[in-house]
Design a protein around this ligand. Structure first.
Ligand SMILES: [Zn+2]
Length: 133
């Protein structure tokens, strides 16, 4: 990923926010400039709950580009506490021991490095929730 793109998206990634469509009420993650359901551009950033339930997951064994060293990559479909569903990488898990229905929480983790500048990039991943249920 090139750094300028990363820079523009840094706030949503670090703060874990979605985009609320003020016309149809849907919340999108990652945030978008236009609502894919109603086409509205009347969206605002809203904080998302950091906890949710893992509804489904997939293990990606064939990972392209610089991320191939991270294979296998567990990717989860997570239903957040407000009902919004997000797709995100899972971390701190043993892929063979993953189960649907476990509680997970969002954490900020290293997600890569800018090839040209060497800048380390961080973003939101989910891990099994600690300390509750
Ligand atoms: Zn909408």
């Amino acid at each position: 990923m090139v750094l300028p793109v990363w820079w523009r998206k840094r706030i949503p990634r670090y703060r874990f926010v979605g985009a609320l469509c003020k016309d149809c009420g849907r919340i999108h993650y990652p945030p978008r400039n236009a609502c894919p359901y109603c086409g509205s551009r009347n969206l605002e950033l809203v904080p998302l709950p950091r906890r949710g339930v893992l509804e489904s997951y997939s293990i990606v064994y064939s990972v392209p580009g610089d991320n191939r060293l991270n294979a296998p990559l567990p990717i989860g479909l997570i239903r957040l506490e407000n009902g919004v569903r997000v797709v995100a990488e899972l971390t701190d898990v043993v892929p063979e021991k993953l189960e649907n229905g476990i509680e997970v929480e969002a954490v900020i983790r290293r997600i890569g490095e800018d090839g040209e500048t060497g800048t380390i990039l961080y973003g939101v991943k989910f891990r099994p929730a600690l300390g509750r249920k």
